[in-house]
Design a protein. Structure first.
Length: 123
């Protein structure tokens, strides 16, 4: 990394903030689920399959705090709340997340095979 521009990019706060968006297991799953439109909590839990209510709450707070998801409350009996993507969240889903999905389709089996081999080997 001899070029000063590359070094600066590696320590850039914006880059760290962006890569953190993929460091939580459920965040990309929730974002992908919301790509078709707003959903209620129960619908998100069903779509995510296997996520606990506590983990869903943590993920939604993180996504709300990052400006990727919005929470809309409706006056109704009983009260109704939906979560949907913000324009920033949509840009993340349509850009990097979609690219990761394409990469996964192309290389997912290779990745799993390599992980399986590594788990079976002694280092």
């Amino acid at each position: 990394m001899g070029d000063d521009g590359c070094v600066r990019l590696l320590v850039d706060c914006r880059l760290r903030a962006a890569t953190e968006l993929f460091s939580h297991t459920w965040d990309p799953v929730i974002l992908a689920g919301l790509s078709e439109g707003p959903l209620r909590r129960a619908e998100l839990r069903t779509l995510a399959g296997g996520i606990s209510d506590k983990v869903l709450t943590e993920a939604l707070r993180r996504l709300l705090g990052n400006g990727l998801v919005e929470r809309r409350a409706f006056r109704a009996a009983p009260p109704r709340v939906e979560y949907g993507l913000t324009p920033l969240g949509t840009s993340l889903v349509e850009g990097p997340l979609r690219a990761m999905g394409r990469w996964t389709e192309e290389h997912g089996e290779e990745l799993l095979d390599a992980q399986e081999r590594a788990a079976g080997s002694t280092v």
